[in-house]
Ligand binder design. Structure first.
Ligand code: GLY
Length: 351
């Protein structure tokens, strides 16, 4: 039971909106440190701490937005704002993760993310609505908002996924600005350091790998999800992870629920993680049970090097129940309703 103890934090939603950009970086470091230590994070104004079997701050409330990692707090805030101003749930999940795509402190989402081994940043993203519509882009360069490009694929093409130069050309034809191809100062510094050893090994480290996956449900129960990342740092040029693969990094079905993933993409693709979780929920598992089963399956299929693999899953069902689980400790997520937004630590298989 100890492993299920959740550190629950609720924040004042309005305060968060105003302060989030300024405080995000320092809060993030604090979150990472404290999550890894398995202890609770306290933020001034925070009122709730509790133990829960299933990780949920606001059970059954709709609308509901969930996002991976603590960059999910400002992303959730942006998504909720979109809903409040009349946006649809697909608008909300797109708008939410766009906030993270612009976060200069983030080294694993957006053009400021860490590059591949050639020093080039390439981005992957997917978006899905609960009626089965979906779109994705992968291995795309120079586009600030790959999630919006994924939405273009979903809404304006007969396809599901466009990659590489084709995705960049689509962006140009749709009027997306094409950014200068240069690393952010932070990414450049990290890349120069990495080049000294050029070790190609996934590392269990939140800073190394913290894709944002967001899943949401509106007041009527319509669901949508989004997932965006610069992928594994120092990856082989052309490598694509789970985030743009529908069913691996993201899956949404209005009849059942939604799931998203974070962590080492190869391990998640091997078990078709997000689809697996939605199908387990379809068969009657709770979101928490489904996430735990997916982690078990992932461990079984990646057993040789599991100590080097971190992956986490986040899910909701159509009743607004929530689940989250990871391979190793350290995974957390943000949960928001129209009024509240807070962080929750997930449980993990290994302690
Ligand atoms: N989960 C993101 C990736 O592996 O690229």
């Amino acid at each position: 039971m100890k492993s299920r103890m959740m550190s629950l934090i609720s924040l004042n939603f309005n305060n968060l909106n105003a302060d989030s950009k300024l405080t995000r970086m320092s809060q993030r470091r604090k979150f990472i440190k404290q999550s890894l230590m398995g202890s609770a994070l306290f933020i001034p104004g925070v009122s709730t701490i509790a133990e829960a079997k299933a990780p949920s701050l606001f059970k059954g409330e709709k609308p509901l937005i969930l996002s991976t990692w603590n960059h999910g707090l400002p992303a959730n805030a942006a998504a909720v704002e979109k809903l409040k101003t009349g946006g649809s749930i697909i608008d909300a999940v797109e708008t939410g993760v766009k906030d993270t795509e612009l976060d200069l402190s983030n080294l694993s989402v957006g053009l400021q993310g860490l590059p591949d081994r050639e020093g080039i940043t390439t981005l992957d993203a997917s978006i899905m609505s609960g009626d089965g519509s979906c779109g994705a882009v992968a291995f795309v360069r120079q586009v600030k908002h790959p999630i919006s490009l994924a939405r273009v694929v979903m809404e304006k093409t007969p396809h599901v996924m466009i990659v590489g130069e084709g995705a960049r050309q689509l962006a140009i034809s749709e009027g997306f600005p094409i950014e200068k191809e240069e690393l952010s100062p932070k990414a450049k510094e990290a890349y120069e350091k990495w080049k000294i050893t050029s070790q190609y090994k996934p590392i269990i480290n939140i800073e190394n790998h913290d894709t944002i996956g967001m899943i949401g449900m509106d007041a009527k129960g319509n669901m949508a999800g989004s997932c965006t990342t610069s992928g594994l740092s120092y990856k082989m040029h052309g490598r694509v992870g789970d985030s743009p693969i529908i069913g691996a990094g993201l899956f949404v079905d209005n009849e059942v629920g939604a799931a998203t993933a974070t962590g080492l993409g190869e391990s998640i693709i091997r078990i078709c993680g997000s689809f697996l979780i939605v199908e387990l929920m379809r068969q009657g598992r709770t979101p928490q049970e489904a996430c735990e089963e997916a982690v078990k399956r992932l461990i079984a299929k990646n057993s040789k090097n599991i100590k080097d693999i971190q992956a986490g899953f986040l899910a909701m069902n159509k009743d607004g129940e929530v689940g989250a689980y990871s391979v190793h400790p350290g995974f957390n997520f943000a949960q928001a309703t129209l009024q509240k937004n807070g962080m929750i630590d997930s449980g993990s298989h290994f302690k």
